[in-house]
Design a protein around this ligand. Structure first.
Ligand code: DAH
Length: 352
């Protein structure tokens, strides 16, 4: 029995040391230590041994088992190490790497950057004003009457805050026109009675209204221009509109202005752009060849006065359009539901 055990040990150890593959080690383990492995079967014979020799043989059998297990463990470790080493040696540094997933700017951010660039080229400066604003800047100073429906709770979000004595209730800016007042007052204040430099403002900001359907979201973006100087005329406005339409939509696009009404401009216009699908001929996308873009007009004298400017000396134009709207009108970008823009669905956003 002792000899048999020693043979088993020698046999197992040499097989283990000779093997180069973790799979072989598994087999060797089964062959010796498995349920019908050589050592297991030998150990089953122990009870048949003379009682006075049994203990000694039992100890030997356990030693053999331990030796086989330890040798197996050491060899496994050794093979693992070799494996890592050969793997490292196999790396081909000339292979192109795996690109980590890269994000990109949101579609609206891209549009804002493009719009900013277009206006900066003709001397407009992008400004930022508060999104949480006082009624006076958003409505009052813009010549809105006290009972104008835009002020209603179902149009504008009001903030639960003590109204300001001078500026009225606090709200979320429903349009970027509030920036007109902020800009003019800033310029007037910094001129402190001296010469007022020409103003060419581009205010792009988030706006908030109580609206949500396929073409409206609670939060959206507008870009507002304001140009103030002595003798600014409708011709200047028309020139800037044409310039923007061609730069943003393409050189074949034209603009037209139609009379309209806004509280803060006089005269006021609705601006249309010729349809890119039918080239102004009329198709199912447009109204007789034209697409509606947004509002514009000559700054109302009351607005100039409220901002601290003399309407007899200064004139100016303003325009305010939706970023989401112009983006959707740009050729090649069709979005059935505007709310998708802010849904954070990667399947949607990754397309752009
Ligand atoms: N603030 C207007 C709106 O949100 C848009 C607008 C119209 C802005 C005419 C202007 C303008 O500057 O002149 O509906």
């Amino acid at each position: 029995m002792e000899n048999e055990l020693i043979n088993i040990k020698n046999n197992a150890v040499s097989l283990i040391l000779d093997s180069n593959d973790p799979k072989d080690l598994e087999e060797i383990k089964l062959q010796f230590l498995g349920r019908s492995g050589k050592l297991t079967l030998a150990m089953k014979e122990l009870p048949k041994i003379d009682p006075d020799k049994r203990k000694e043989v039992g100890i030997l059998a356990n030693e053999v088992k331990e030796t086989i297990e330890n040798t197996l463990k050491d060899k496994e470790q050794q093979l693992k190490h070799v494996n890592i080493k050969t793997k490292i040696e196999k790396i081909d540094v000339t292979n192109p790497g795996i690109r980590p997933p890269l994000g990109h700017l949101h579609l609206i951010t891209q549009a804002i950057l493009e719009i900013t660039d277009i206006f900066e080229r003709i001397g407009f400066t992008r400004v930022r004003y508060p999104e949480v604003e006082w009624d006076w800047y958003s409505f009052g100073a813009l010549n809105f009457p006290e009972n104008h429906p835009a002020r209603d709770d179902w149009e504008t979000f009001f903030i639960d805050e003590e109204p300001n004595k001078k500026f009225g209730p606090m709200l979320l800016t429903p349009h970027t026109s509030s920036g007109q007042i902020r800009e003019m007052r800033n310029v007037v204040e910094s001129a402190s009675g001296g010469e007022i430099p020409p103003i060419k403002m581009l205010n792009i900001a988030k706006c908030y209204r109580r609206q949500s359907d396929v073409s409206h979201t609670l939060m959206f973006h507008q870009f507002e221009t304001l140009a103030i100087a002595e003798k600014v005329s409708i011709t200047d406005l028309k020139g800037v509109l044409d310039y923007f339409a061609k730069a943003y939509f393409g050189p074949d696009r034209k603009t037209r202005i139609r009379p309209y009404h806004f509280e803060f401009t006089e005269p006021s216009f609705e601006v249309d752009i010729s349809c890119g699908m039918c080239n102004g001929q009329g198709c199912k996308l447009c109204k007789e060849g034209w697409l509606e873009m947004g509002g514009a007009g000559m700054v109302h004298p009351n607005v100039l006065k409220n901002a601290g400017l003399d309407p007899n000396k200064y004139t100016g134009f303003a325009s305010g359009w939706g970023v989401e709207r112009v983006l959707m009108m740009k050729e090649g970008i069709e979005i059935d539901d505007l709310r998708l823009l802010y849904s954070n669905k990667l399947e949607f956003l990754e397309q752009f």
